[in-house]
Design a binder for this molecule. Structure first.
Ligand SMILES: [Zn+2]
Length: 116
């Protein structure tokens, strides 16, 4: 076992996560160590990689994508109901739902790195 492999195994034991990205300097697989990207071969943190690499796997991203589409379609429906609504209670509860959805959408957008 190489020095790098031993180090990587040690990190994994401590809860690090292997990333799909490779080290720009040596090509080793990179690891997410509690929010920092480390290369086991260079044995140093790698900076300059997009931050989303840390927090986002491909599956997570597609869940967020679907979530966003669902929330947008709900917002569309809520907007129509809000427009048709005549009662204060109804307007209030619809507005609350819209507020929550918009906050959630904002959060999703941030998680997705504001790209899409
Ligand atoms: Zn490296």
């Amino acid at each position: 076992m190489s020095e790098a492999e031993r180090r990587a195994a040690e990190w994994l034991k401590k809860g690090a996560r292997m990333l799909p990205e490779a080290c720009p300097e040596c090509g080793s697989p990179l690891f997410d160590r509690k929010g920092e990207i480390w290369c086991p071969k260079c044995n140093k943190p790698i900076i300059g990689l997009p931050e989303r690499v840390l927090t986002m796997s491909i599956e997570e991203e597609s869940v967020l994508q679907r979530l966003r589409e669902t929330m947008l379609s709900k917002l569309y429906g809520l907007e129509k109901r809000l427009r048709a609504s005549r009662q204060v209670e109804e307007v209030t509860s619809i507005a609350q739902a819209i507020y929550i959805l918009l906050s959630a959408l904002d959060l999703v957008r941030k998680l997705m790195g504001e790209t899409g």
